[in-house]
Ligand binder design. Structure first.
Ligand SMILES: [Zn+2]
Length: 110
C-alpha cells in the first residue's frame, strides 16, 4: 500500500512539489485520510507530487489510495464535483467528516 520507493525514485517518477507554494487546502480540509485512517493534522501534502504524507505512519501515500470523506464544509454537490475532477477513482467513506470542526474546537480551547 505505502510507497516502497526511495525518495530518489519518487522524485524521478512523480517529481517534487514546488516548495515555496502555499496550497489552497490541506488534504484533511478536502476530507482525505491516510489508508490506515489517520486524518486531520496527521496528514499533509507530501514533498512528492500526487502524494500525501502521514506523520503517524511516517510514509508517503499515493493520494489515489487515500480514502476521502465529504468534509462538513462542502455541499454534496460540490463534493461530487471535486471528486469528478480527480485524475483517479478513490474509496469514498460514507457520511460526513467533521474533523475540521474538531480541530477548530481544539484551537479555541487552547
Ligand atoms: Zn497514517
Amino acid at each position: 500500500m505505502a510507497s516502497k520507493l526511495t525518495d530518489s525514485q519518487l522524485t524521478s517518477i512523480y517529481g517534487r512539489r514546488i516548495t515555496n507554494a502555499v496550497s489552497l487546502f490541506e488534504p484533511y480540509e478536502l476530507g482525505y485520510r491516510c489508508p490506515r485512517g489517520h486524518r486531520g493534522v496527521c496528514i499533509t501534502w507530501s514533498e512528492f507530487k500526487d502524494h500525501i504524507w502521514c506523520y503517524r505512519c511516517k510514509l508517503d501515500y499515493l493520494s489515489g489510495i487515500c480514502p476521502i470523506q465529504r468534509p462538513s464544509w462542502q455541499s454534496v454537490k460540490d463534493f461530487k464535483s471535486s471528486l469528478s475532477k480527480l485524475p483517479f477513482k478513490t474509496r469514498i467513506i460514507r457520511g460526513v467528516d467533521w474533523g475540521l470542526e474538531e480541530i477548530e474546537k481544539e484551537v479555541d480551547n487552547s
